[in-house]
Design a protein around this ligand. Structure first.
Ligand SMILES: [Zn+2]
Length: 122
């Protein structure tokens, strides 16, 4: 398992996450962190999923910012459950907007499409 602990983020990212967290709380948006730091072995394992191993593709790169603690993944909570269906779309969008206002970004492909909605990196 990769880490979900914000303390495993890089110093800069920890600072940005704590600012993000404050604004999230001020907006009454409930969330959990699902990933902060990942080892290269864990990244390789994830990368294999949907490629050389069965399953759905969940990552796009072997060179993830999670390897250096410069990214975090989150999930908006809806009645105590992860809102992967994105029923609380506004909360998801607000979470990303808050991240952007702090200089965080999402990963987009060459056409500007978001690869992973729940991921913010510096
Ligand atoms: Zn991520």
């Amino acid at each position: 398992m990769s880490s979900r602990n914000p303390k495993d983020l890089s110093d800069e990212m920890y600072y940005k996450w704590s600012e993000w967290d404050k604004v999230m709380k001020a907006n009454n948006i409930d969330y959990i962190l699902t990933c902060t730091l990942r080892t290269l072995d864990q990244q390789k394992e994830l990368y294999a999923q949907g490629r050389s191993k069965p399953g759905k593709i969940v990552t796009w790169t072997l060179n993830s910012k999670h390897l250096t603690g410069e990214a975090f993944d989150f999930c908006i909570m809806n009645n105590g459950k992860c809102d992967w269906a994105m029923d609380k779309k506004e909360d998801w969008e607000t979470a990303v907007e808050i991240g952007k206002s702090l200089g965080l970004s999402q990963v987009v492909d060459s056409k500007g499409r978001i690869k992973e909605f729940a991921h913010l990196q510096c």
